[in-house]
Design a protein around this ligand. Sequence first.
Ligand SMILES: [Zn+2]
Length: 396
Amino acid sequence: MAGGSINEMRRRNRKIVLQEIVFNAPASRSQISKNTGLTGAAVSRITRELIDVGLISEGKTVEVKGQVGRRNVRLELADNGAYVLGIALTANSQSISIGNSKGEIVAQRRMEGLVLENPAVVVEQISRAANKMIQSANIELGRVVGCGIAVGGVVDPDSGVLIRSDPLEWYDLPLASMFHDSLGLPVRLEGRAVALLMTEHKRNSAKAKENVVLISNGLWVGGAIMLDGNIVKGQSNMIGQIGHFAVNGNQKQCVCGRKGCLDATASGLAILDQLQHIELPASMKPGDRLRALSENSNLSNPEINQAFMQAGRNMGYAVDALLSMLDPEQILLTGATHRQEKYIEGIRETLTTLRPGQSDWPVKVSRVTSDQSAIWLGLNAFVFSTSLNIDQLKAA
Ligand SMILES: [Zn+2]
């Protein structure tokens, strides 16, 4: 066997063991061996190595039934073994987080006043702020192993290129390599919807559903689709981007030139458009305006409630189509607009109309945030993966 492939095998086995510790916790060496098919000796060697570099630690000892005297030590992730940066980037909000290997966010900062017209400057400013955050959090640089970036747009994850983001007005931008150069860290770039869906999947890994549709709706509508456990991308990474799914019969014109698209009839922007005349401070950005309206509507302004509800009814047609077409175990709704109760009521009303006699749909509002999704993107790419740089941690 060539040296390269031994190395590859080590990386693969290390990844398998780590994933077992993370997603099937608490795990002992013998359980890991049983679940993965790796020999006891191999599991011992790998876990020794992971303990030595500070990535995992030994927890409580548990007695195993029928195995008197057999020591079964639970293995768990160490609190400060490895960290990743998470950058969440949309037109509406830009933020940086530092997460530990458990996915816990240990530091967070929302960037204000970035000039989005100039992506190169944005990358530089975010990178500078991120490095400052690592310093003030007293984290050794060598423990920061990578960066996950969740961006609101269509991404080619293999090349790390942001193909298009209409909200940001960024097109064909090699965002991963720009951040890599500027941060000096390996970078994984994904569309925000895909990152959110992967995070929901990973965090619930032991009982994870394999067929899931995610619809995101902040100011714009987007989405991602997982079938048989794999995120599907399609010929141009566009599968799941349902913003231009047309609601049959609706005449409202979309920016794309068609009529009735979700972006024109069911998005946060569509709601803002309906409620233009409602007075709010003129300086408010659309995202803040949407948030303010969501809050007001809870204070029972019937007009605002009505706008959210009608937009939700329109979205209900897309939900119905996706249920019919893809037979998902779950449809996850994310984003500020989806967190509005009246909006969900609107979706349910349409489903009740289209599916009489049925009252229980696998539709759920997800609470995963963009920041969490960026962190998990980084963890999956650079910690629980064959890319884990064990030598870097050894040296830290
Ligand atoms: Zn459209």
